[in-house]
Design a protein. Structure first.
Length: 337
């Protein structure tokens, strides 16, 4: 069995996965969302303190499995330094005291492996990763060969939902709130710009759209001046512009990349409106669409454990005395993940 730990942002999570059957034997996650909600975003120091409390509490529940561990895995990049360190400290202690290998896991690769929890890998694969920190299209050929085909030049998809919700005085995380409001709204009421619509650039950008949302809110009289219907209509119009942007750029990549299997992963992949749009696009291009179950879209240790099974077979271990967080520099398109 592998014990895996995830603490890259505001979710404390630990999983136990069977190496042989790939089954998730234990999985628990304590989300801090409510604790950060009043601040309109994650407060790193608070997140770190909460991991220091929650991770040991979850670990205690894994006691029945601890004698059967073959390895321990932990997210060590990318993420908030002070929160990654909490998971790393726990993982290195377990690895040293039990004398078992330690597997460092790249969080985004973990998201990709959320597709294969309790399943076999599907490779090669094209992946759209939309999370709180990233928007990328990645060609996945193997565990080690993942190439970025398009990336964001400013705000990520999740971030743009969070900021839109914050500007309207709604809670955090903004994604699910905006998606719910949008269901009751008219997506054609506000004519928001589709980012990079007339640009040949195959990249993602959402800061201009965010600005257009801000101006619209101002024109409606600010947070106080907006009615419930205004909020629903603006959410729907915003979500539509994000969708059109993602689809337009994905289409360009679909014309070049002939891999049959396509997947959407990351926290924002829970958005059913975006999923529906990709279902249509995949049908049009004869691709198969894959998504993870909703509970595995946002951060969780199950996906870290699933990646770790493959890394274990390839002995991608790290010296537990030497493990540290990796400060990932922003990767450009054409680079490896
Ligand atoms: O993958 P994730 O849990 O954390 C990161 O790795 O960043 O993604 C969290 C992000 C948040 O920005 C959240 O607002 C967004 O995913 N999100 C959504 C939805 N559910 C979560 N965005 C759009 N629609 C949703 N239904
Ligand atoms: Zn994530």
């Amino acid at each position: 069995m592998i014990l895996s730990i995830e603490s890259s942002c505001d979710d404390s999570s630990i999983a136990i996965t069977s190496i042989e059957t790939k089954k998730l034997l234990f999985h628990k996650k304590i989300s801090q969302e409510e604790k950060h909600s009043s601040y309109g975003g994650v407060v790193p120091e608070l997140a770190s303190r909460l991991h220091a409390i929650d991770l040991p509490n979850i670990l205690e529940e894994t006691k029945p499995y601890l004698d059967n561990l073959k390895a321990v895995a932990v997210t060590n990049q990318p993420g908030l330094g002070v929160t990654l360190l909490e998971g790393i400290a726990m993982a290195k202690t377990i690895a040293v005291t039990k004398d078992i290998p330690l597997i460092p896991v790249h969080h985004l690769k973990g998201h990709i492996y959320s597709l294969f929890i309790e399943k076999e890998e599907i490779l090669p694969l094209l992946v759209l990763l939309i999370s709180g920190g990233h928007t990328q299209i990645i060609r996945v050929e193997s565990l080690e060969k993942m190439t970025i085909l398009a990336t964001s030049i400013d705000d990520s998809v999740g971030e743009s939902f969070d900021k839109t919700a914050k500007m309207m005085g709604l809670g955090y995380p903004g994604g699910p709130i905006i998606e719910q409001l949008a269901r009751k709204g008219d997506e054609n009421r506000f004519d928001l710009p589709v980012p990079l619509r007339n640009s040949k650039l195959i990249a993602f950008s959402l800061s201009g759209l965010k600005n257009a949302v801000r101006l619209t809110i101002e024109s409606l009289g600010g947070i106080e001046g907006m009615s419930e219907q205004d909020r629903c209509d603006l959410s729907a119009s915003f979500q539509k512009a994000v969708k059109l942007h993602l689809i337009q750029k994905s289409k360009k990549i679909f014309k070049e990349e002939h891999i049959k299997d396509f997947a959407i992963v990351g926290g924002a992949s829970a958005n059913l409106y975006i999923r529906e749009a990709y279902e249509k696009l995949c049908n049009q291009f004869g691709k198969r669409l894959h998504t993870a179950p909703l509970k595995f879209c946002s951060d969780n240790a199950g996906m870290i454990g699933r990646y770790a099974i493959e890394a274990y077979k390839k002995e991608l271990f790290i010296n537990p005395y030497k493990i540290d967080i990796v400060h990932t520099k922003k990767r450009q398109s054409g680079e490896m993940l």
